[in-house]
Design a protein. Structure first.
Length: 316
C-alpha cells in the first residue's frame, strides 16, 4: 500500500499527456473541480489504509511476544486506531467514488433530478454508517477489556462477542450503500449498452469508455467488500478484511484517468467485452436496415413522440 501510494502520487504529479481527458467533451467547470476532489480523497484513502496496515503489523508484533516490544505496545490502543482508520478509509473511498461520478456525469443527460435527490440519501447514509461503525467497533473494543494484561487485545477478535443487533444494523447499512453505488453507475452503463456508445451525447468515442470502466471498478469494490465481510463473519476470521482494503486501494488507483492504460491491462477481458458490445450495437444502428435496427428506431421514435410540444419536437 505504501508503494502504491507513492506510485499514484508520482504519476499524477508528473506532467504528461493523458490520452483521455474529459474536458474535451464535458467542459463544465464543476466537472474538473470534482476530478481534483477525487484526486485528494484518493490520497487520503491510501493514507488511511496504509496506517491501518501499519497498526495491524504492530498488533501482530506485539502478539508475537517479542521482548520489550510486547510490553511497550498497547493492543487496546492499536485496536481502536485500526478500526478508526479502517472505517474512515472506507468513508473517504465512498467520497472518491461519488467525486468520480460527479466528474464524469455532472451536466450530462445522466445528471437527472432523481439522481440528484438520491445523492442526498447516499450522503446521509454514509455519515450515519461512518459514525455508527466508529462508535460500535470502538465501544466493542472498550467493552472487551477483561483484565489489565497489555496483550488482551492482540488476539483475533471473536465475532461471537459482537452484539448481534448492532452488528446486523451495520451489515444492513453496508448492503444498502453498496447497492446504491452500483445502481447509480449501472444506469449510464446500461444505457450505452442498450442504445450504443453514441447515445451518450456528452461523450465522444474516447471518453465514453470511462462509463463502463467506473461501473466495473465500483462493482468490484462493492462486491468484494460484501463477500469478504460475509466470509469473515461466517468463518470468524475478521483478519481477512486486510484483503478488502488491498482490493479497494487497487481499484481506487485504477479509477484515475492517469492509470487508464493499466486498467485496460488489468481488466482486459472486460474491456474486450465492452468493445465487442459497442461494435455490435454500432453495426446494428449503422450497418443497414435490419430487423434489430428497425426495433431501435421504433423505440427512439416512440420516446420522441411522447414529448408534448411541437417546439420540443423541432429541437429534438
Amino acid at each position: 500500500l505504501s508503494v502504491a501510494s507513492i506510485v499514484y502520487i508520482a504519476v499524477n504529479c508528473k506532467s504528461q499527456s493523458i490520452p483521455i481527458e474529459l474536458q474535451q467533451s464535458n467542459p463544465f467547470q464543476h466537472s474538473e473541480r470534482w476530478k481534483t476532489i477525487a484526486h485528494y480523497f484518493t490520497i487520503l484513502t491510501l493514507l488511511f489504509y496504509t496506517i491501518f496496515s501499519l497498526n495491524a503489523l504492530l498488533n501482530e508484533l506485539a502478539y508475537s511476544g517479542i521482548k520489550d516490544l510486547s510490553k511497550s505496545i498497547s493492543c487496546d490502543l492499536l485496536g481502536k486506531l485500526s478500526l478508526s482508520f479502517y472505517h474512515t478509509g472506507n468513508y473517504t473511498l465512498y467520497c472518491v467514488i461519488l467525486s468520480y461520478w460527479f466528474h464524469l456525469y455532472y451536466g450530462t443527460e445522466f445528471y437527472s433530478k432523481c439522481i440528484r435527490a438520491s445523492f442526498y440519501f447516499i450522503w446521509i447514509l454514509m455519515i450515519i454508517r461512518w459514525i455508527y461503525a466508529l462508535y460500535f467497533d470502538i465501544a466493542f473494543v472498550e467493552a472487551s477489556i477483561a483484565s489489565s494484561d497489555v496483550q488482551r487485545h492482540c488476539e483475533d477478535i471473536d465475532v461471537q462477542a459482537f452484539p448481534r443487533l448492532f452488528g446486523f444494523i451495520e451489515i444492513i447499512l453496508d448492503v444498502v450503500l453498496c447497492s446504491l453505488f452500483v445502481i447509480i453507475f449501472w444506469t449510464p452503463f446500461q444505457s450505452i449498452l442498450h442504445y450504443g456508445p453514441n447515445s451518450a451525447a456528452t461523450f465522444d468515442k474516447e471518453t465514453v469508455m470511462l462509463i463502463p470502466k467506473l461501473f466495473f471498478l465500483v462493482f468490484v469494490i462493492m462486491l468484494s467488500h460484501l463477500l469478504i465481510v460475509g466470509v469473515s463473519i461466517v468463518f470468524n476470521m475478521l483478519w481477512i478484511i486486510i484483503f478488502d482494503i488491498v482490493i479497494n486501494a487497487v481499484c481506487c488507483i485504477l479509477m484515475s484517468i492517469a492509470f487508464h492504460r493499466y486498467y485496460q491491462f488489468v481488466c482486459a477481458c472486460f474491456v474486450k467485452y465492452v468493445k465487442h458490445k459497442f461494435h455490435e450495437k454500432s453495426s446494428i444502428l449503422y450497418g443497414g436496415e435490419s430487423k434489430s435496427s428497425y426495433i431501435v428506431d421504433v423505440e427512439l421514435n416512440e420516446e420522441i413522440s411522447d414529448v408534448g410540444t411541437d417546439s420540443t419536437r423541432q429541437l429534438l
